[in-house]
Design a protein around this ligand. Structure first.
Ligand code: EPZ
Length: 416
């Protein structure tokens, strides 16, 4: 059951409800290790990556109750060395390290996994924790870390913009002694959500969402309730689904202000966009999109997680569009699959040049990573004939009920 059988030439129209953000939910789950009091989290998306994170928390000893609302009781956490087979499955497991060090003064975790879109180093995480006072030995495939007493607040200038390392350092600084400043911090909305969650528990973090975050360490965190922000990349993916199929869509339960750079590009492509407090409407009015030139960049720039979806838009647009990937060094694996479907794309170092054609042809294609998987499914929905998308296990890591939501919009996708 890891293939999709997709009948193409569909126009996607209607309403879709956006789920909670995967990239906010994952770190927030691991931040629960920082407290011994009960936590309630709303709008947690039902994803395999989230389920792996919950398995990891349970392995460490936390009590979990996951109905519509997620209840975590972290008081019974008593383990600081999670198993290789779980850690290896997700990139997010790196965010266990700092909370375990804060709680136990030691931690042993294997190097994290994640999408094969680049080397995915963790040097900025490690350097940040050492600066705050941790002792870290990198062994063959695991990290052996310890700290005497509390982390010590410091000024940290990030040599590179990193979402993950900003989160790691913020979580270590929350209970450190003294003040930590993260300069050249990542500014993604997920970082704001994590800071809001930690502040709900009693942390003292200001400036999240800007490039300078100030964290005044506190002695202890309490429990609390939090609602995860909507997933901006799921939202962008559904907006592109309507744009490439010349349809009309309304995305509900989302946050338009998190997608400014994406909405600017969709408008440039010829889409008619309307937004409300928590919804975005896109209407292509039956037109083929215009080609776009895009450079991915750290937030608030154009998100790398939307790169492959916009490459699909360019392949069926009028004109020639260039997309340059500046964040990850290996995020064009889907290009060969789109070329199998008739796309005219040339790769020149970290830029792809897309020569727009009116329609793609169906093919037997293979997923390589999360966002590329969504792109290939959308390509199958709009191409002539029947497309088989293989290795869809990548997809369910990051999109809740993706093919069911697409079928409600007029797609014809069967899991086989
Ligand atoms: C997070 O990955 C997201 N993943 C990614 O989403 C997202 O694409 C990325 O941020 C950038 O926005 C999660 O939140 C689980 P980075 P992360 O640290 O933290 C380099 C998706 O599809 N770097 O901002 O791994 C790194 O190699 C995923 O949902 C170092 O050099 O990204 C990259 O070139 C894909 N050393 C750049 O920085 C480090 O220690 C940005 O990486 C860490 C990162």
């Amino acid at each position: 059951m890891d293939k999709f059988f997709i009948i193409g030439s569909k126009s996607l129209n209607g309403n879709v409800s956006i789920s909670g953000s995967k990239n906010a939910a994952l770190p927030i789950l691991f931040m629960s290790i920082l407290t011994e009091e009960k936590i309630k989290i709303r709008n947690i998306p039902n994803l395999t990556d989230v389920n792996i994170a919950l398995e990891l928390l349970e392995y460490l000893g936390a009590k979990i109750k996951h109905q519509k609302i997620l209840y975590i009781d972290p008081s019974s956490i008593n383990n600081f060395s999670p198993p290789y087979d779980l850690i290896k499955k997700i990139r997010a497991s790196i965010w266990i390290l700092a909370p375990l060090l804060t709680r136990f003064g030691k931690a042993k975790i294997f190097f994290p996994g994640g999408c094969q879109i680049g080397k995915r180093p963790i040097d900025l995480h490690i350097k940040g924790l050492i600066k705050l006072g941790a002792t870290i030995n990198l062994e063959k495939n695991c990290i052996n870390a310890s700290i005497k007493g509390r982390f010590q607040g410091k000024y940290i200038l990030m040599k590179k913009n990193s979402v993950g390392a900003t989160i790691t350092i913020m979580s270590a600084a929350a209970l450190a002694q003294g003040i930590t400043v993260i300069d050249n911090a990542a500014q993604e909305p997920e970082i704001i959500d994590i800071a809001n969650f930690l502040n709900t528990l009693g942390a003292n973090i200001i400036g999240a969402g800007s490039n300078k975050i100030f964290i005044t360490g506190v002695l202890k965190l309490k429990g609390g309730t939090h609602q995860i922000i909507p997933d901006r990349i799921e939202t962008g993916t559904f907006l592109v689904a309507a744009a490439v199929s010349q349809g009309k869509i309304i995305c509900h339960n989302t946050e338009p202000k998190h997608l400014k750079s994406v909405l600017v590009k969709l408008t440039e492509a010829g889409a008619n966009i309307n937004i409300g407090k928590n919804w975005i409407k896109l209407d292509m009015r039956g037109k083929r999109p215009k080609s776009l030139n895009i450079h991915t960049a750290p937030y608030p720039g154009f998100p790398t997680d939307m790169q492959s979806q916009f490459a699909l838009l360019n392949t069926i647009s009028k004109g020639v569009g260039n997309i340059t990937e500046t964040i990850f060094e290996n995020r064009f694996n889907y290009v060969s699959e789109l070329i199998n479907m008739g796309a005219k794309i040339k790769i020149k170092k970290n830029t792809i040049v897309c020569y727009g054609i009116p329609i793609l042809s169906s093919a037997n294609v293979f997923c390589t990573d999360l966002r590329a998987s969504a792109t290939l499914v959308l390509a199958g929905c709009i191409s002539k004939g029947v497309t088989i998308v293989n290795k869809t296990q990548h997809l369910i890591r990051g999109y809740e009920l993706f093919h069911k939501k697409l079928n409600k919009l007029g797609a014809d996708i069967t899991m086989i």
